[in-house]
Design a protein around this ligand. Structure first.
Ligand SMILES: *Cc1c(COP(=O)(O)O)cnc(C)c1O
Length: 396
């Protein structure tokens, strides 16, 4: 089967969607090699997104941890996270394909905002599917999407969250393939999505490799990134895959701990996390003993998904990347630490990567370099953080 990473990935879609994914695959393969497409995309990445994003040395965190910590600053991307890299890439591709209408799903609203902004700028019509529970939780993002001219379509089925929004978006795509592109937000879904999203996010790793070599004259000991669907992680890992000495580390959401099942740790929970198919791809999926999708919990909405991108399942199986988890509590503590030491408020998702870096640094020497991918900024999480730390608390 096409689009396999070892035994993972593939294209498990209804026959009615097959022509659409095949058309998309052909267009992507053509555009990724096209000079005009690439120069147009690169101009947008610098002029609109603000790339390259800096690789920032974190002096006070480094001296506390006893090694050299660098932060890849995806939090400085326009709209506040790495998601815009992919939204622009796919939006431009859709334009080259002659599509007029974009549909997308969103959970936390970050991908919805990135898609809405990209579509406004590219002059494309934009419809965003979003669960009604998420719409209630993420009101400011709903407003941002609407301000950018997107139509937000409430999804009232199932658990009324991300996976239901994806189901609805796929249904819409099936009915409107002719003029519509489905802009999927992470390295998930049927082939070519995982490969394509990885490609559009690979700019993170390419910049980072160049920047760390310039700053230090050598490669880092480790790269650490949080893993929801896995797009920011695969984006930064890509340029280092062949550098066998660089440890690649993904961090999942451990929620309230693995034992109680309230988490989104597809790899860490050996009981609930098993191979299965979700949204068109074969990968690790949290499921109950009947194979029903198991509901996830994480303090960070962006890591709250039952499946993981298939390439991560493969990298884990081959041992090229390692995966760990951080709990809600650890992520909160890490968020506070980065704020206090470096004056950077990270997204709660990114705070999971920071939390694991704190543990990892204990085994490091003074001159070891550790790069953390700060996938997004924390402004969207202020309310969650203040609730979790206790409102009115002077610690906040
Ligand atoms: C959506 C999101 C994530 C998780 O998505 P990946 O595809 O795993 O990168 C991580 N960080 C931020 C800031 C996000 O918005």
């Amino acid at each position: 089967m096409k689009g396999m990473f070892g035994g993972y990935g593939g294209r498990f879609v209804p026959e009615t969607l097959m022509p659409a994914v095949e058309e998309l695959e052909r267009a992507f393969n053509k555009c990724r090699k096209d000079r005009k497409f690439n120069s147009e995309l690169n101009a947008l990445l610098s002029g609109f997104v603000g790339r390259p994003t800096p690789l920032t040395f974190a002096p006070r965190l480094s001296s506390q941890l006893g090694c050299k910590i660098y932060l890849k600053r995806e939090d400085l991307c326009h709209t506040g996270a790495h998601k815009i890299n992919n939204a622009l890439g796919q939006g431009l591709l859709a334009k080259y394909m002659g599509k007029k209408r974009i549909i997308a799903e969103t959970g936390a609203g970050q991908h919805g905002v990135a898609s809405a902004a990209a579509c406004a700028m590219l002059g494309l019509e934009c419809c965003i599917y979003m669960g009604t529970v998420d719409m209630e939780r993420q009101k400011p993002n709903v407003l941002r999407m609407r301000l950018c001219g997107a139509k937000v379509i409430p999804v009232d089925s199932g658990t009324r969250t991300l996976k239901d929004a994806i189901n609805e978006a796929m249904r819409d795509w099936t009915a409107n393939v002719k003029d519509t592109h489905y802009l999927l937000g992470s390295a998930l879904g049927p082939h070519p999505y995982p490969t394509m999203v990885c490609h559009f996010q690979s700019v993170i790793g390419k910049e980072c490799r160049r920047q760390v070599l310039k700053a230090e004259g050598k490669l880092p000991r480790a790269i650490i990134a949080c893993v929801g669907g896995g797009s920011n992680a695969i984006g930064i890992f890509g340029a280092f895959l062949k550098d066998k000495k660089v440890e690649l580390i993904g961090v999942e959401a451990g929620g309230r701990g693995i034992e109680g099942g309230e988490h989104a740790a597809r790899f860490a929970d050996e009981k609930l996390g098993r191979k299965g198919v979700l949204h068109g791809t074969l990968t690790y999926v949290l499921q109950d003993s009947d194979g029903q999708i198991y509901n996830t919990h994480s303090i960070s909405a962006g890591l709250d998904y039952s499946a993981v991108g298939p390439q991560h399942s493969y990298l884990r199986e081959t041992g090229r990347a390692k995966y760990y988890f951080a709990t809600d509590r650890e992520a909160l503590d890490a968020l506070k630490l980065l704020c206090e030491k470096e004056g950077i408020i990270p997204a709660l998702e990114s705070a999971h990567a920071i939390a694991y870096a704190l543990r990892y640094a204990k085994g490091c020497k003074k001159n070891d370099i550790v790069v953390i991918n700060v996938s997004g900024r924390g402004d969207k999480d202020l309310e969650t953080v203040s609730k979790a730390l206790g409102e009115g608390n002077e610690q906040v």
